[in-house]
Design a protein around this ligand. Structure first.
Ligand code: NDP
Length: 316
């Protein structure tokens, strides 16, 4: 238990964090004192930040911040903030229940493709009674980019449903039963070969930015389906539209976009082969965010490194 409150600034351009975190802010009273913005000498008392898409110069105002917490599993908006310093530990939220939520979301989209639900929705609108050929899950190979906390759960759940599952990670992994593992640059091509449903669960790093591009799509089974729940900047946008228009991709479920909220004039809204959700695949719970903030404050007070920090070298 810390013996004084830790002063923590809320930094976001896209969310009212005080409102968003209200119940946890109340629960952390006496442990963390949250401020919205401080100038002058008071800013030197700020030892911690909670952030989500902060202003580019956000960290320059606070010379003594030791740790910055994301409010989600991904911490890329903090890591890539131009004023972020190497001395600041970046903390992400890890919650097993999130992997379960994500798995349900991804499974729904995989079955939407396997059971041709897009065509049935159109047939209903057109009042067409027409049965379509069915395919078993075992006939629809799935590939997953990323075999981390979330990817591992998605892989094992899809495998239990009968889908053949291949996964790709940076380093070699022990995979669960029914899941074939691949890693590194060579492994990527073998993972993509004959994959029909491609699920992106990678973090955004300098190596993964733009990975969803024409060259990758060309390696998939023709008519493949993309389920993209990573980060918007993984996509080369015009390559997505070209692959959909050529039929190399038969459709795409996309949850994350380069600019969020998605601008009204974005072509993603209206493309007939895209199923779009507003970055809502799976949230961490408020309790998990609060627990992470509390543990980080306690570590800062004790002069220790917080848990669940981002590795600066690998970028996630
Ligand atoms: P983890 O950090 O636990 O796992 C990341 C995985 O990606 C690891 O398997 C890692 O490999 C792999 N990876 C990273 N870089 C590379 C690379 N260059 N080549 C191959 N594999 C690589 O992350 P989580 O599973 O918790 O989350 C994954 C991502 O899902 C988040 O970063 C975020 O982008 C997204 N997400 C989206 C949400 C939404 O609502 N849409 C919600 C939550 C997460 P290795 O195992 O070798 O380290």
């Amino acid at each position: 238990m810390p013996n004084k409150t830790t002063r923590c600034v809320l930094l976001s351009t896209t969310l009212d964090l005080r409102d968003y975190l209200a119940p946890e802010i109340a629960r952390l009273d006496g442990i963390v004192s949250f401020v919205d913005h401080l100038d002058g000498s008071d800013a030197a008392d700020v030892e911690m930040a909670v952030g989500w898409h902060p202003e580019p110069d956000a960290f320059t105002h606070y010379p003594n911040i030791k740790a910055a917490c994301s409010i989600a599993a991904g911490a890329d908006s903090l890591l890539h903030c131009p004023s972020m310093r190497d001395s600041i530990d970046i903390v992400r939220v890890i919650e097993p229940a999130q992997a379960e939520m994500m798995s349900g979301f991804v499974i729904w989209h995989a079955i939407y493709h396997q059971r041709r639900m897009g065509t049935y929705l159109q047939q209903q609108r057109d009042k067409v009674w027409q049965r379509l050929p069915q395919r078993a899950a075992r006939e629809v190979p799935v590939g997953i980019l990323g075999y981390g906390a979330i990817g591992a759960r998605v892989a094992s759940d899809l495998s239990m449903l009968g889908f053949p599952v291949k996964v790709w990670s940076r380093t070699p992994k022990m995979t669960s039963a029914g899941v074939a593992g691949f890693h590194g640059t060579d492994g990527l091509d073998r993972m993509l070969d004959d994959t029909e449903v491609l699920i992106n669960l990678l973090p955004l790093t300098s190596e993964t930015r733009g990975i969803l591009n024409a060259s990758l799509f060309a390696k998939l089974r023709r008519g493949a389906y993309l389920i993209h729940v990573g980060r918007g900047a993984h996509m080369v946008e015009h390559h997505i539209f070209a692959a959909l228009d050529s039929g190399q991709l038969s459709g795409a479920s996309i949850d994350v976009f380069p600019i969020e909220p998605l601008p009204a004039d974005s072509p993603f809204w209206t493309h007939p082969k895209i199923l779009l959700t507003p970055h809502d695949a799976c949230d961490v719970t408020m309790a998990a965010v609060g627990g992470t903030i509390r543990a980080t404050a306690e570590a800062v007070q004790a002069g220790l490194r917080p848990r669940d920090t981002v590795d600066r070298v690998r970028g996630y």
